[in-house]
Design a protein around this ligand. Structure first.
Ligand SMILES: [Zn+2]
Ligand SMILES: [Zn+2]
Length: 327
C-alpha cells in the first residue's frame, strides 16, 4: 500500500470507525503504526532528520485525525512549534497538506478565542516569509468541518497548503508535493520561523537580516537536545578553549548530558546556501566550550575560530603563577 492509499482509506472510513470503541481499535493501530510507517518510507531524500507521528486521538477519538512531520530543531510534538501535517475532514473526506502550528501551546497562553487570533496572525507572518517560494501551495483557508477547539485551531494556524479530494489524491504527485513543502518548511525555519524580524536583529545585535537569520538558526542548532547529545557523545568533556574539565575541576558527578559544558556551532553556517539541506555536521561543525568561553567566542563576532578564542584567554592559574614569582 502507498501513503496516498492509506490517507484515502483514513478519510473514507474515519466517520464509521469512530463509532466503535476507541481502546483496542484495530483501525487506530493501523493509523498509528501502518500509516506512520508508510509516511516514514515516503520521506524524500535529504529530509531524513524529520520525525513524524500519526494520531486518531489520545484516549478518545479526535474530531480530526492527523499525520504530522516535525523538524527536531523546532519541535517534536504537534502541540507546539511549526510543522507539516496532513489533516482530514471526515465529513467531506478531503485531505489537506498544511504547514501549520501547534495549537495547544498557544491556547494555554491566550485561551481559545484570542489564541485563534494569535495563530492567524502568526500564520500570516510566516506566509509572508515564504511568499516567494510557495506558489505550489495556494490554499489559504482549510475547512475541517468541525466546531471543536482543536480543529478550529488547526484552521487558524494554517499557513500554506494544498487540498486533495479522496478521488484525486491517488493521481496526485504526493511525493513531489511532500518534497516541496518540506523544503519550504526548512527554509522557513532557516529564515527565522515565526520570530519577528526586529526580535532576530536585536538578538543577533546586527542590522543585517541574513546575518540575524544565521545567528538565530545557529543558536537553535546549539540548543537542540539531539545535537548536544550527539556532539557530547563523540568529543571529550573538556572545554576546547580553556581546558576546563568539570569532572576534575568541579568534581562534577551528574549525568553526562547535564555536564556544565555547551556545544558551540562554529561558523560553517555563514557559508550555508539558502535552501541547502544539510545544516550541520556532527562533530565537525561543533566545539565543546565552557559557558564562559562560549559567551566570549560569540562576543568576538562571526567567523572566529578556536585560535582567536585562545588568543584572548589569559589563564587564571597563569596569573597565580605570576603572583607566586612576584612574591
Ligand atoms: Zn572554557
Ligand atoms: Zn555558540
Amino acid at each position: 500500500m502507498k501513503l496516498a492509499e492509506a490517507l484515502r482509506q483514513l478519510a473514507l472510513t474515519y466517520t464509521r470507525e469512530r463509532t466503535k470503541p476507541f481502546s483496542g481499535s484495530q483501525f487506530g493501530n493501523f493509523v498509528r503504526h501502518d500509516l506512520a510507517l508508510l509516511a516514514k518510507e515516503s520521506i524524500p531524500y535529504g529530509f531524513e532528520d524529520l520525525t513524524l507521528k500519526a494520531s486518531v486521538g489520545a484516549g478518545n477519538w479526535a474530531s480530526v485525525p492527523w499525520l504530522a512531520f516535525f523538524d527536531p530543531l523546532i519541535t517534536t510534538s504537534a502541540q507546539e512549534g511549526i510543522y507539516v501535517v496532513f489533516l482530514i475532514n471526515p465529513d467531506s473526506q478531503d485531505i489537506y497538506l498544511s504547514l501549520n502550528q501547534g495549537t495547544t501551546a498557544v491556547y494555554k497562553e491566550f485561551r481559545q478565542v484570542r489564541g485563534r487570533e494569535v495563530l492567524r496572525r502568526r500564520a500570516q507572518d510566516m506566509r509572508e516569509r515564504v511568499f516567494d517560494i510557495s506558489k505550489r501551495f495556494p490554499e489559504l483557508e482549510i475547512d475541517l468541518g468541525s466546531e471543536d477547539d482543536l480543529p478550529l485551531g488547526y484552521e487558524a494556524g494554517h499557513c500554506i497548503g494544498k487540498k486533495y479530494t479522496s478521488e484525486d489524491i491517488l493521481k496526485a504527485d504526493l511525493s513531489g508535493d511532500l518534497s516541496e513543502i518540506f523544503s519550504i518548511y526548512r527554509r522557513l525555519i532557516n529564515r527565522g520561523g515565526s520570530i519577528p524580524s526586529d526580535v532576530m536583529l536585536e538578538e543577533a545585535q546586527t542590522t543585517d537580516i541574513i546575518e540575524a537569520r544565521h545567528y538565530v538558526l545557529s543558536r537553535r542548532i546549539e540548543r537542540s537536545k539531539k545535537v548536544r547529545e550527539a556532539v557530547l557523545s563523540c568529543k571529550p568533556s573538556v572545554c576546547e578553549g580553556c581546558g576546563l574539565n568539570p569532572l576534575l575541576d568541579y568534581s562534577f558527578q551528574g549525568r553526562p548530558q547535564n555536564i556544565p559544558l555547551d556545544v558551540h556551532h562554529s561558523s560553517a553556517l555563514f557559508n550555508l546556501q539558502e535552501g541547502e539541506s544539510k545544516r550541520y555536521r556532527v562533530p565537525e561543525d561543533f566545539m565543546v566550550l565552557c559557558p564562559t568561553c562560549h559567551r566570549v567566542i560569540h562576543s568576538l563576532g562571526n567567523n572566529v575560530d578556536l585560535k582567536d578564542l585562545q588568543n584572548v584567554i589569559r589563564f587564571k592559574h597563569m596569573r597565580e603563577v605570576g603572583n607566586f614569582f612576584d612574591q
